[in-house]
Structure formats: C-alpha cells, structure tokens
Design a binder for this molecule. Structure first.
Ligand SMILES: *Cc1c(COP(=O)(O)O)cnc(C)c1O
Length: 392
C-alpha cells in the first residue's frame, strides 16, 4: 500500500534528534511557557522574516486570535465583512463567524484553486474590513495588487498559512528550473526590509500557522503560531491566549487558554531546521509527477512558480470518485481536499444557497495524490503509472 502520508516514516527520519529534544524537555520538568517556546518563537520569526511570533494551541486558534485581537484593538468589530476564499478548509471561515464577523466568499481561480485576486474588489462594501488569503495546497496566494486594494480600502490582510510553511513569494519570477535560486535565510531577512523575496507568513498584516502533524512543519500533536510585524497585535494575542493576561493574575481581557507547549516547541525546532530541505524534496516529487502523468483527462497542477511548497499535490479529473476507487484497488491511497465546501456544510445553512460554480467544480473534481519528503521516486512512478493506466 502506498500511503497518502507515511507519518511514521516522516517522524523516523528526524531521529535521533526528536527523541533527544523530547528527553531534554521531559528531564527539564518545565512544560509550558518556557525556553523551548521562546526559542522556537524567535527562530520562526526569523525564518519567516517577521518581527514577532506567538506560539498558540493550533492553527484555528491562531486565526481566531488574530481576529479577536483586532477586535480588542478596535480595528474590527461585530458585523464587519471579511473576504475569504470559498475554496478553503472550514477553519478559515470558523475563525470569522465565531467572532460574529461575516464571511464574504470569493471564488477561486480554476487554474490554481487559490482565491481569485481579480474578483476581490467587486465584493468590497462599506463593511469590508479584512481579506483572509489562504495559501492553499502550499501555494502562495499573493500579488502586489492585494496591497494596493488593502491600502485603497483600508483593509487588513490576514494570511492563513496553515498549508504553506516555508513558501516564498517573489516579485520577480524565479526560474523553476533553478531550485538553488530559492532564497536562503539571509535573503529572506533582507526581504523583510523591503526587497524581493518574502516568505508566506510575512506578506500580510498577520499570519496564522498550523503545526498539525500532517502539515509541512508538523508537531507530534497540535500546535500553531501567529506571525506579524505589529507589536501591539502580538502582545494582544499573547495576552488573549493566556487567559487575557500579560501579568500574572491581572486580566485585561476575557481570554482563553491556547498555548504551544514546550514539548511541541522542542520538536518543531528540530523540524524547522530541515524545512527548506523537505520542501525542496516536495518540489522534486511534484515535478516528477508532472513529468510522468499523462492520463488524457487528468488536469495537472502547474509548477510554473517556486512559491509552492506542495503541501498537497492536487489533480483534477471529471470522474474523480471512480479514479480514486481505481487507485485504491491498486493499493494507492488518495484523499480529497475538500469534498464539501464550507458554504455547503450544514454548519453554514445560511450560505448553502450561494452560487459558487468554480468552487463546486473543484470540490467535485479534485484528488490529492500521495506526497511527502520521505516518499521514494519509485513510489511516485508507481502512482503515476497507475493513473496513466486509468482508462476513462
Ligand atoms: C490545517 C488547517 C487549518 C487549521 O489548523 P489546525 O492546527 O488543525 O487547527 C486552518 N486552515 C487551513 C487552510 C488548514 O489547512
């Protein structure tokens, strides 16, 4: 069986460093709000090229805390509208509605499944106060145009970077043939000072990150973070996530408890050190798929930009469910991201009748093939050959 994601093998590939990190924390007897978290926060802020990183409990918390903090700061208020891609994981939308804000669903670009930036402006009303961009599948959703729109209408841009840890956006096209052109950390830091290359998580006003085990930077349990250059926002989020307190027993807000713990932070520090290498490997696998799959009705993702870290390798096929069954018979596990869009869920009855045809086509046709940094080229070939042998 070729698994969709062999997490055991991924974890094993980090040994013995993971066990060393785990033992270090266990032996220290210090499990929350300690040195591992603050070191990870510094390392991840520096990696993303942002001024501040706040570790939180998970990706959804990171999103909802950003919105809640903006409300406490008077930037957002109940009833405000937030532009959000219709084609996303439900967490992006939950963070908006939980705070009594209104999601305004915008259709994706059929070519890359990401929010169609060209459609944003026509959805802006007086109530629009923010845009949530989701870097879906590991592909950066960004354009200089986004900044101009945000400036013109006074909007905050929130990035949902759950799927794109380590992705790089570049104003100048970098040739996909030269992976060595991916900027290293020094260039990224220079980028934070206004030059060409910037990491996802440093593009908007604030970004939410998820360290769910299957993500490109995955913990061994739940974890998340917010990155931003806004000190006020970072402090507000840190307080909100700690019972509304930044000083022991003094509670400024009715906060929550959402923390990244020491164990997960120590694990993430090990994994962060290899993230660029892992993403490079994902790119190689994606290219191999693209060069090997030639089934007549399969629509392949494009690999024309390097701003893609291939959290998911998603193809489309008009008879997706049958192709999925066919592959499973051949011992190849695939998944669907996602079978039902948020606006069609029973949790969002009020949006069930919205007409979002592009989103619906995607949800009917997308299929995620196995991909991970530990997948062998042999397995990639087996998957590609199985797809090529599909008759329909
Ligand atoms: C995984 C994911 C989240 C949520 O992250 P958790 O850590 O699981 O809460 C949010 N948005 C997107 C797009 C995701 O893929």
């Amino acid at each position: 069986m070729i698994k969709f994601l062999d997490l055991q093998k991924v974890t094993e590939s980090f040994q013995p460093k993971l066990n060393e990190a785990i033992h270090r924390v266990v032996d220290s007897g210090w499990f929350l709000l300690g040195k591992e978290v603050s070191s990870f926060e510094q390392e991840y802020a520096s990696y993303t090229g942002t001024g501040y990183c706040v570790g939180v409990g998970n990706g959804l918390d990171a999103l909802r805390l950003i919105i809640r903090a903006y409300m406490k700061m008077g930037v957002l208020k109940e009833g405000d509208e937030v532009i959000v891609p219709a084609n996303t994981f439900i967490a992006s939308v939950l963070a908006i509605t939980e705070n009594q804000l209104t999601p305004v669903f915008v259709e994706p670009d059929i070519q890359n499944s990401n929010l169609d930036i060209g459609l944003i402006e026509q959805h802006i009303t007086e109530k629009t106060k923010a845009i949530m961009v989701v870097h879906l599948y590991g592909q950066v959703c960004w354009a200089g145009e986004l900044n101009s729109i945000a400036k013109k209408y006074g909007l905050k841009i929130i990035e949902d970077n759950a799927q794109a840890a380590g992705a790089v956006w570049s104003k100048n096209d970098i040739s996909p043939e030269e992976p060595s052109n991916i900027p290293g950390k020094k260039k990224i830091l220079a980028a934070a000072k206004g030059i060409d290359h910037r990491r996802s998580g440093s593009l908007g006003d604030a970004a939410a990150h998820s360290f769910y085990p299957g993500k490109n930077l995955g913990a061994l349990g739940d974890g998340g973070a917010v990155t931003t250059n806004d000190e006020d926002l970072a402090n507000t989020i840190r307080a909100l996530a700690n019972y509304g307190s930044s000083e022991k027993y003094i509670h400024r807000y009715k906060g929550i408890n959402s923390r990244l713990d020491e164990l997960q932070a120590a694990i993430l520090r090990v994994k962060l050190a290899r993230l660029d290498q892992d993403n490079h490997r994902r790119r190689e696998i994606a290219r191999l798929y693209i060069n090997s799959i030639n089934q007549k009705n399969v629509v392949l993702p494009s690999d024309t930009n390097l701003a893609h870290v291939w959290h998911l390798f998603v193809v489309r096929h008009p008879d997706r469910d049958d192709l999925m069954r066919y592959l499973l018979e051949k011992q190849i596990q695939t998944l669907i991201h996602y079978p039902v869009p948020p606006n069609k869920q029973s949790a969002y009855k009020e949006y069930n009748d919205l007409s979002l045809p592009v989103t619906e086509i995607l949800h009917q046709q997308v299929l995620s093939l196995p991909i991970s940094p530990v997948m062998s080229e042999h397995d990639v070939q087996i998957v590609a050959e199985a797809i090529n042998s599909y008759p329909n």
